[in-house]
Structure formats: structure tokens, C-alpha cells
Design a protein around this ligand. Structure first.
Ligand SMILES: *Cc1c(COP(=O)(O)O)cnc(C)c1O
Length: 223
């Protein structure tokens, strides 16, 4: 197993040619592992739980960016609003509204991605394409001065079927491109497409991902 440093260097090297970014997914990983990734040059960290992000945030220097990638309950937004760099897992207008009000209280604008449900598996989380299309163009979003919608996030089906995964990424990318052509509110900019994890990042990059979220391929398996 290569070291964390070697894996971070490997990903950063690979991404240099693509212009896309690495988010190191550190859920369940100990502080020492985060530190090693940071020292190897990784500056973006993804956590799926608020509590864990709160515990880890003080452990790294201030230039580390914290990305929330898991379902966020509205009553927990307040805790991460002072420092979170991007909330990638926005899955309701209600949540967007709460992020907006907490951002304003902190005199910030918080970057968000809309999570789109692209996998075949049943999930309570993520918008359908139709829901996302109407939300992105809605007055309700345009009025939220504390948020900036920067793009979309998707999690592909967990399967060995490469063609299925490729199709899910391709469909998300084409929706992303279609939305770019719409007239969108000033606080909606379609620039980030977060797709690809340890098992499918190569496919995601081939299909136009701008941000891959990689955990186990850097840190080893989680228990
Ligand atoms: C855990 C997680 C990842 C990273 O998964 P790996 O397979 O370990 O790379 C990426 N995105 C989300 C939303 C996750 O919850």
C-alpha cells in the first residue's frame, strides 16, 4: 500500500493535466492521516458528518478548505457556517434557505452544489433533474444573497458495470452543460461538477468532472 503522501502526490500529478480538483475524503480517518495529506499538498477536505468536521476543522491550518459531502440537517448548518468552504450535498430548498440565513449571520457567502440523484439505488437524498432545473432558475434561489450555487454533485451507482456508471456521469455532465446555457440568477454559476470517487474517478474525469472526492484510494479502507 503506497503512503498517504504518495497517493496525494499521485492524484495531484494526475489532475494537473485535467484542471480538476481533488477533495480528500477524510471521514473516519484519524488526525494524523489528515495532517499527512495536508503536508503532501492537499488543501481540500471532505467530511460527510457535521460532528466530525467540527472536531477535525481545528486540527489543520486555516488554508485547508472544508467541504461537506453528506446529508445536512437544517438544524446543524449553524455549526459549520462560520468556516465551511462548500456544501456539496444541498438537497432541498429549505436547506438552501437555512444556509443562506446562517451565511448572512456570519457575513459570508457560502458556496453550494446541488446534489443530483443519479444512481439507480433508492435514496432519500438528491434532486431529480427536473427539480434541479426548476430550482436553479427560480426566484426563490435568486433572492438568497448568502449563497452561491456553483454547480452540481452526483454519486454514481455502486456497481462493476462501467457502462452504467459512465452513462450516469455523462447524463449529469450534459445536464450541467444544458443548465449553463439557461439564463440563471446572478448567484448561480455552473462551474463545478463534483463527480467521481475512489472506484470511479477515472470514468468521472473522462466524462468531465471538475472535482473528484477520493477517500479510500488515498487513506486505505475505512472500518
Ligand atoms: C465517502 C464518500 C466519498 C469517498 O468514497 P471513497 O470510495 O472512499 O473514495 C465520496 N463522496 C461521498 C459523498 C462520500 O460519502
Amino acid at each position: 500500500m503506497p503512503s498517504i503522501q504518495e497517493q496525494v502526490a499521485h492524484f495531484e500529478q494526475m489532475l494537473r493535466h485535467t484542471g480538476s480538483q481533488l477533495v480528500a475524503v477524510t471521514k473516519t480517518q484519524p488526525a494524523a492521516a489528515l495532517r499527512q495529506a495536508y503536508d503532501a499538498g492537499c488543501k481540500r477536505f471532505g467530511e460527510n458528518r457535521v460532528q466530525e468536521m467540527l472536531e477535525k476543522h481545528p486540527l489543520l491550518p486555516a488554508d485547508a478548505e472544508w467541504h461537506l459531502i453528506g446529508h445536512l440537517q437544517t438544524n446543524k448548518v449553524r455549526q459549520i457556517a462560520p468556516f465551511v468552504h462548500m456544501i456539496q450535498s444541498v438537497d432541498s430548498l429549505k436547506l438552501l434557505g437555512e444556509i443562506d440565513s446562517q451565511a448572512i449571520k456570519n457575513r459570508r457567502v457560502i458556496d453550494c452544489l446541488l446534489q443530483i440523484h443519479i444512481a439507480e439505488e433508492e435514496s432519500k437524498f438528491g434532486f431529480s433533474y427536473a427539480e434541479a432545473a426548476s430550482l436553479l432558475q427560480s426566484e426563490a434561489v435568486a433572492g438568497l444573497a448568502g449563497i452561491r450555487v456553483c454547480g452540481l454533485m452526483g454519486i454514481a451507482t455502486f456497481t462493476d458495470n462501467q457502462e452504467q456508471v459512465r452513462n450516469e456521469f455523462r447524463t449529469l455532465k450534459s445536464f450541467f452543460e444544458r443548465m449553463k446555457l439557461q439564463s440563471l440568477p446572478a448567484n448561480v454559476q455552473m462551474r463545478e461538477l463534483s463527480m467521481g470517487m475512489s472506484g470511479d474517478y477515472a470514468l468521472a474525469l473522462a466524462e468531465g468532472s471538475t472535482m473528484i472526492r477520493v477517500g479510500s484510494a488515498i487513506f486505505g479502507s475505512r472500518q
